[in-house]
Design a protein around this ligand. Structure first.
Ligand SMILES: [Zn+2]
Length: 165
């Protein structure tokens, strides 16, 4: 093409205007908000016998429930906004996480009272995936990049969506 540009910069080229402009490099940053909730649960698989449940889950299968002080760490990733300097306002992220998951689980029985956990054996693994599915659609334009759920001081699980596995 006459006077054409021999190289392609399709990702960063601004298509309008006579000159070819390039966007400045946009750093991609991950920001994390930590939230806490308390909840009761029983780890139980109704497809198994009582003996198998006891053998598999031990004390966590106690039919009279037990509780945890959970900590949920929510990470979002994206470009740093030129105006705000944020990936995402972490106060806004807190409100989303509280509305979509924390307020539903806090001081509740995870087996009986939480709509988005209905029918799920509430292990930390299953809880974190359910939280992911509840939160992921709500953090745009940032991207939910990781959830870490602490069940005790010593035990946590992480989930980054199936694409990251
Ligand atoms: Zn437990």
């Amino acid at each position: 093409m006459p006077g054409g540009v021999g190289r392609r910069f399709s990702c960063r080229r601004i298509p309008r205007g006579r000159a070819v402009h390039f966007l400045p490099r946009m750093p991609i940053v991950t920001a994390t908000r930590r939230l806490r909730f308390n909840a009761a649960h029983r780890i139980h698989n109704p497809a198994l016998s009582d003996e198998e449940n006891t053998r598999l889950f031990g004390k966590c299968n106690n039919p009279n429930w037990h509780g945890h002080n959970y900590v949920l760490e929510v990470s979002v990733t994206g470009p740093v906004d030129a105006t705000s300097g944020y990936v995402m306002d972490l106060g806004a992220l807190r409100e989303i996480v509280e509305r979509e998951v924390i307020d539903q689980m806090d001081h509740r029985n995870l087996n009986l009272e939480v709509p988005f956990l209905r029918g799920i054996n509430p292990t930390s693994e299953n809880i974190v995936v359910a939280c992911w599915n509840a939160l992921a659609p709500h953090v745009a334009p940032a991207r939910l990049s990781k959830l870490r759920l602490w069940e005790t001081e010593n035990n946590y699980v992480e989930y980054s969506g199936d694409a990251a596995v």
